[in-house]
Design a protein around this ligand. Structure first.
Ligand code: ATP
Ligand code: MG
Length: 490
């Protein structure tokens, strides 16, 4: 009881322009209306109305209740401290003794300069100065908070954070660009790297696993730009995504079948849309006895299975040597007898190797990539392979894509900050030159309340027998699949 009719009817209401409707390079295509039109809804979900510069207008949110006056006092005391002590000697001490030393001197400066402040303020000041000298300075209170997803520093005076999907300006600031640069340097030196005018771009990791990128002047014009994706110790699980409304319970059940039946999956989405989180959730459905190899730029995945080998790429060293690319890792994986290969982010020629792996008995391999709709994801894969220098006709590449990827899960961060799985889409085959897809679930925005919060729902497209039905049957999960799809269709 495939209800294609419903999907076609939807198509008539679908707003243009759609990603899928973009002119394609290769000739005229009798693309079936259903597949591209269904994707056309995605931009609608994300299409933001013209906005006034909301972030710039918003009041910075207070972190730790620091005022302008406080920052001035702190600068005075800090300068006096630097005049008094030798920082290089301090660096020889262990953290506790160094902090002790700093506290003594700062207390003395406060009394000599006769600075008026309450005990609480004084304690905050001591803590801040210790953080400046020994830790990550003004970033410390932000790093300590688990609800912050991203920290974005655009020069010394503008620090933004992302909380609950919303980006907000904070009152956190650095003394000057030199202090910011110092702290960037401190962060990257922990992983044996340097950031300066000669090598102004650097990726690093904090000891807690947070992912860091620094781009320094002269490339970044208004002082160093530092971006931190905070590592979430307690990774979200599929049940959390259901509780947040990111996916319906029935949709989650279908994803479970997809994960358990070793269906090759691609997770597509924009920056920070929750791709890695979703990939991590999907790995939760892998059987305990499977040999899994993960390849990432910075290890973020947390697999619970015992038989996992984790691999990480390596950037070139200062002399420009020793780089190990994602492609090297994926190629090497194939010699490691993996049952599944998980690629944190596919962004280059490794796409070819991953597809080949999916095609050659490593069923259930998974990866994420940046794209705004399932159809765009397919186009991106194709262009990654083309740009990788493989001299293959596009028909062959498309056939290869169709032969390897079974499911695309689309994640999106909507304009109200909520993260949703907007499509669960099957890749069916080719018709002429076109790849045919079919959506199993789509997310529809139905309205918006006065606070700008979007209302919406996950809608089943009514497909009762997805193409992976036989596979589900093979793994004895067809009943679970039928149940989930029936429940969703009601
Ligand atoms: N469904 C969700 N609901 C709420 N928060 C989420 C959801 N999915 C992910 N997050 C949070 O959003 C942040 C970004 O998630 P994640 O790292 O998975 O995104 P990403 O798409 O992989 O980003 P990038 O493109 O930078 O790799 C994390 O802090 C994560 O905990
Ligand atoms: Mg990611």
């Amino acid at each position: 009881m495939t209800k294609f009719g419903r999907r076609t009817a939807e198509a008539e209401h679908s707003p243009a322009p759609s990603v899928a409707a973009k002119p394609k390079p290769a000739g005229p295509k009798p693309a079936p209306a259903a597949a591209p039109a269904a994707h056309a809804k995605k931009p609608a979900a994300n299409a933001a109305p013209p906005r006034v510069n909301a972030v710039a207008k918003a009041q910075p949110i207070e972190i730790g209740g620091r005022t302008d006056e406080y920052f001035q006092t702190k600068t005075t005391i800090f300068n006096a401290l630097i005049d008094t002590i030798d920082l290089s000697q301090l660096a020889q001490l262990d953290t506790e003794s160094a902090a002790e030393e700093i506290r003594d001197i700062v207390n003395e400066i406060i009394s000599i300069k006769n600075v008026q402040m309450s005990i609480v303020e004084q304690e905050a000041l001591l803590q801040d100065i210790c953080n400046d000298v020994l830790g990550y300075g003004p970033l410390e209170p932000l790093l300590a908070r688990d609800d912050i997803a991203d920290i974005m520093v655009n020069g010394a005076n503008r620090v933004f954070i992302e909380v609950g999907g919303k980006i907000q300006l904070t009152n956190v600031r650095f003394r000057d660009n030199a202090q910011l640069m110092n702290i960037c340097q401190r962060i990257v030196s922990q992983v044996g790297r340097r950031v300066d005018e000669a090598s102004p771009i650097c990726d690093a990791r904090l000891p807690d696993g947070s992912r860091v990128n620094v781009i320094a002047p002269p490339l970044s014009i208004d002082g160093a730009a530092l971006t931190i994706r905070k590592f979430k110790k307690d990774k979200l699980r599929i049940q959390d995504l259901v509780n947040f409304g990111s996916i319906s319970p029935e949709g989650a059940k279908v994803l479970e079948v997809v994960g358990a039946c070793r269906i090759n999956t691609l997770i597509s989405g924009g920056t920070g849309s929750g791709k890695t989180t979703l990939l991590n959730c999907m790995t939760g459905f892998i059987e305990l006895d499977e040999r899994v190899i993960t390849c990432e730029d910075a290890a973020e995945l947390q697999l619970q299975q015992p038989h996992v080998v984790r691999l990480e790429t390596r950037p070139p060293n200062l002399e420009g040597q020793g780089e190990v690319t994602m492609r090297d890792l994926v190629k090497n994986c194939l010699r490691m007898r993996p049952e599944r290969i998980i690629v944190g982010e596919v962004r280059g020629p490794e796409a070819f190797d991953l597809l080949q792996a999916m095609n050659t008995g490593h069923d259930g391999s998974m990866g994420t990539l940046h794209a705004n709709s399932p159809r765009e994801a397919l186009q991106r894969i194709e262009s990654m392979i083309t740009m990788g220098g493989y001299n293959l006709p596009s028909k062959t590449i498309r056939e290869m894509i169709v032969g390897s990827i079974d499911i695309i899960i689309q994640a999106a961060r909507l304009r109200d900050g909520s993260r949703r799985i907007t499509h669960v889409t099957e890749v069916l085959g080719t018709e002429g030159d076109t790849i045919i897809t079919q959506d199993l679930f789509v997310y529809e925005v139905t309205g918006e309340d006065e606070n700008g919060k979007l209302a919406g729902r996950h809608r089943s497209t009514g497909i009762a027998r997805p193409a992976f039905w036989d596979r589900a049957k093979y793994y004895g999960m067809e009943e679970a699949l039928a149940e989930a799809l029936d429940a969703a269709a009601e």
